[in-house]
Design a protein around this ligand. Structure first.
Ligand code: FAD
Length: 464
C-alpha cells in the first residue's frame, strides 16, 4: 500500500477540482488530485464541451439543409447529408485535446494525479484503489469536488432505450425518433440538436411551459423555434413509465387519455444530483443542505479544513461557478482572505436561440424589494441580427429606479452567449445605466442591443 502526504488533497478532477489543483500548484502548495474517470469531469467529457460540439454540428447541418431547400441568400447547396460517425469523432477529438491539455497544465504546476476511486476514511485521509495499487493519501486540507450525475426516474431507470445526456452525446447514429423527458436546458439543447440532425423529437415537460426556471418572456423565442423545427412539445405532461414491449413511453396529460409515445430513444433529462456514491461521506461529519454538501461563503464545510466546491454544493450547477470556487479555495488554503461574493454568475442556455441571464430578473428584483425599470431592445431593430438572419430575440436590462444601478441583464437570440462576458462585467463592476449608455459599442454587433436597452430606460433609445 502506497502512502502519500500532501498539503492539499482534491477529490474529483472536474472544473472545480482541476482548477483548484492548478491554482494550488501555482501557489506552491504540495497538491494531489484524485480522479476516477477522465480529467475535466462532466464538463469536458460528457457535458459542456461535447454538447456544444454536437449543437454546432447540428446547426451547421440545418443551415445547409435550409440553403438546399430555400436558399434565402442565394447559396446553392444540393441535398446535404451527414456522416454522424465523423461528427462524433470530431467531437471526441475536441474532448481529447482539452482533457490532455488539463493533464499537461496539472503536470506543469507539479500536481500529482492519482487515477482511481477515492474513499474518505476521515477528514484528512483518502484511500484510492489506484491503477498502480492501493494508495493512502493524507493531507492537511481536503477539497471535495466530486460533482454530480444525472437523476433517473423510478419509473424509467436508465438502460436500453432509456438514456441520460451522457449516452445521448455518444450515440452511434442519429435516432429516427427521440423523446426527451424534461424541458430544462440540457433536454432542450440536446433535443434541438437531434431535431436539426433529422430526428423526430417530442419533448415532455411536467410544468406548463418549457424552461420553467427561466422567466416566460425568455422562453418564447425558443418555443417558436422548436415549433418551426417540428419538435412536438407536451407541457403539463408526465412520463409515467414504459409500455410492456418497452418501445413506447407512457405519457399522462391532464384531460387526455394516456398516450403511448413510441421512439427509438428516451432521453431523461430531469436534473442532476450530487455524486457521492462510495465517497465515504458517512465517515465524515458534514452538515448537509438537502442532498448537497453545505458550505459557507468560503466554501468551507462544517469540518475544519474540509472544503467543497462545484455541483456537489448545489445550484447553480455550472462549470464556471465550480472553477471560481476551486480557484478561491486554493487561495484561501495558501493564506489569502477571500470570500465568494460574486454579484452575478451568468448562465447560458445553448438552445436555439440562445439565452443568457446575469443577475436578477425583473420579478426577482421586485421581490427583493426594489423599485425597478426595465428596458428591452428587440433584435429586429439591430442591423447585425438582420445580417445573421436572426431577428427573433432581445436584450433586457433591469435597473433600480432610484439610482439606476443595473441589477440584471438577460438576452435571447442567436449567438448571445458571447454577450455573457459584457453582462457579467457590467454587474460585477456595479455599472449604472449611464455607464453603459456612455460606452461606445462597436457597430454592427449584437452588443449594440445592450447599449440600446440601457438607453431605452433613460428615454434616449436611438434605433427604436
Ligand atoms: C449535458 C450537459 C451539458 C452541460 N453544459 C454546461 C454548459 O454549457 N455550461 C456550464 O457552465 N455547465 C454545463 N453543464 C454543467 C457542468 O458540466 C457542471 O456544472 C460541472 O462539470 C461541475 O463541475 P464539478 O467540478 O463540480 O463536477 P464534475 O465536472 O462532475 O466533476 C467531478 C469529477 O469527480 C470525479 N469523482 C466523483 N467521485 C469520485 C471519487 N470518489 N473518486 C475520484 N473521483 C471522483 C468524477 O469522475 C468527475 O470527473 C452541463 C452538464 C451536462 C450534463
Amino acid at each position: 500500500m502506497g502512502e502519500i502526504a500532501a498539503k492539499v488533497l482534491i477529490v474529483g478532477g472536474g472544473p472545480g477540482g482541476y482548477v483548484a489543483a492548478i491554482r494550488a500548484g501555482q501557489l506552491g502548495l504540495d497538491t494531489v488530485l484524485v480522479e476516477q474517470n477522465g480529467l475535466g469531469g462532466t464538463c469536458l467529457n460528457v457535458g459542456c464541451i461535447p454538447s456544444k460540439a454536437l449543437i454546432h454540428a447540428a446547426e451547421a447541418f440545418s443551415h445547409a439543409v435550409e440553403q438546399a431547400t430555400s436558399a434565402p441568400f442565394g447559396l446553392k447547396v444540393e441535398r446535404p447529408t451527414i456522416d454522424f460517425a465523423r461528427t462524433v469523432e470530431w467531437k471526441d477529438g475536441i474532448v481529447g485535446r482539452l482533457t490532455s491539455g488539463v493533464g499537461a497544465l496539472l503536470k506543469r504546476h507539479n500536481v500529482k494525479i492519482v487515477h482511481g476511486h477515492g474513499v474518505m476514511l476521515d477528514g484528512k485521509t483518502c484511500q484510492v484503489a489506484a491503477d498502480t495499487g492501493p494508495q493512502t493519501i493524507r493531507a492537511e486540507h481536503v477539497v471535495l469536488a466530486t460533482g454530480s450525475q444525472a437523476v433517473s426516474l423510478a419509473a424509467l431507470p436508465f438502460g436500453g432505450r432509456v438514456i441520460s445526456s451522457t449516452e445521448a452525446l455518444s450515440l452511434p447514429s442519429v435516432p429516427e425518433s427521440l423523446a426527451v423527458v424534461g424541458a430544462g436546458y440540457i433536454g432542450l439543447e440536446l433535443g434541438t440538436a437531434f431535431a436539426k440532425l433529422g430526428a423526430k423529437v417530442t419533448v415532455i415537460e411536467a410544468e406548463d411551459r418549457i424552461l420553467p426556471l427561466y422567466d416566460a418572456e425568455l422562453g418564447r423565442p425558443v418555443a417558436r423555434r422548436l415549433q418551426a423545427l417540428g419538435v412536438e412539445v407536451l407541457t403539463g405532461a408526465r412520463a409515467t413509465g414504459l409500455s410492456q414491449s418497452g418501445d413506447a413511453l407512457l405519457v399522462e396529460q391532464a384531460g387526455a387519455a394516456t398516450r403511448n409515445l413510441t421512439a427509438d430513444k428516451f432521453l431523461v433529462a430531469v436534473g442532476r444530483r450530487p455524486y457521492v456514491a462510495g465517497l465515504g461521506l458517512e465517515r465524515l461529519d458534514l452538515a448537509m443542505n438537502g442532498a448537497f454538501v453545505r458550505i459557507d461563503e468560503r466554501c468551507s464545510t462544517s469540518m475544519r479544513n474540509v472544503w467543497a466546491v462545484g455541483d456537489l454544493t448545489g445550484e447553480p450547477m455550472l462549470a464556471h461557478r465550480a472553477m471560481a470556487q476551486g480557484a478561491m479555495v486554493a487561495e484561501i488554503i495558501a493564506g489569502a482572505a477571500r470570500v465568494f461574493d460574486k454579484v452575478a454568475i451568468p448562465a447560458v442556455c445553448f438552445t436555439d436561440p440562445e439565452i443568457v441571464t446575469a443577475g436578477l430578473s425583473p420579478e426577482e428584483a421586485r421581490k427583493a424589494g426594489h423599485e425597478v425599470h426595465t428596458g428591452l431592445f428587440p433584435f429586429q431593430a439591430n442591423g447585425r441580427a438582420l445580417t445573421l438572419r436572426a431577428e427573433d430575440g432581445f436584450v433586457r436590462v433591469t435597473a433600480r429606479a432610484d439610482n439606476h444601478l443595473i441589477l440584471g441583464i438577460a438576452a435571447v437570440g442567436a449567438g448571445v452567449s458571447e454577450l455573457a462576458a459584457a453582462f457579467g462585467l457590467a454587474l460585477e463592476m456595479g455599472a449604472r445605466l449611464e455607464d453603459i449608455a456612455g460606452t461606445i459599442h462597436a457597430h454592427p454587433t449584437l452588443g449594440e442591443a445592450f447599449h440600446e436597452a440601457n438607453l431605452r430606460i433613460l428615454g434616449e433609445a436611438l434605433h427604436i
